[in-house]
Design a protein around this ligand. Sequence first.
Ligand SMILES: Cc1cc2nc3c(=O)[nH]c(=O)nc-3n(C[C@H](O)[C@H](O)[C@H](O)COP(=O)(O)O)c2cc1C
Length: 197
Amino acid sequence: MSEKHTLAIIIGSVREGRFGPVVASWVAEQARVHGGFDVEVVDLADVELPLSLPATPPKFAGDSYPRPEAMAPLTSSLAGADAFILVTPEYNHSYPASLKAAIDWHYTHWTAKPVAFASYGGAGGGRHAVLHLENVLTELHAVTIRESLAFPNYFATWQDGQPLDAEAPGYAKALLDQLAWWSAALRPARDATPYPA
Ligand SMILES: Cc1cc2nc3c(=O)[nH]c(=O)nc-3n(C[C@H](O)[C@H](O)[C@H](O)COP(=O)(O)O)c2cc1C
């Protein structure tokens, strides 16, 4: 296994004309500059994500969970990731259904792994979405990171693919430092002992 840990940055929105890829690409650039991770951007718009789930929950079906064939690249990216950053907008004070579907089709892929958030939206900067995600990911035995990137009124505060706030790269570094710390702590722990979920 490589020295560097794998970070999957997930674009949560799949809407036509979405802003998500702009945020994800800036976050990916910050992660590359940080240098602590091999970075992969995962776009949920490229994935088949049916709302109808199989009869048995993924928690009990394990690796034999019958996912659509076209979901295999997503499943493989989630399985191979040591850490995640979920890039999420706020839809009606929560996060998009596409992100919930991607989460619900998987289970062990999140277990004992650190997850951080980059959110955007109107005045609240997507914080309602993040509060809901923190709650959901706790159920999946993931570890959510305290530092978070929130971009309020993104339509007025980004230009040419960059946030105008000069402090933003510093906030990203703080988040990535915490994510790297948890990733370094949890990967050997997962390798040494199966998590008692
Ligand atoms: C269905 C829907 C609901 C929305 N609800 C909220 C909301 O509750 N709070 C907010 O700040 N923005 C809300 N917005 C505005 C989004 O934050 C904004 O459209 C953002 O660009 C969505 O991300 P996306 O472009 O990646 O899809 C909503 C947008 C949509 C499409």
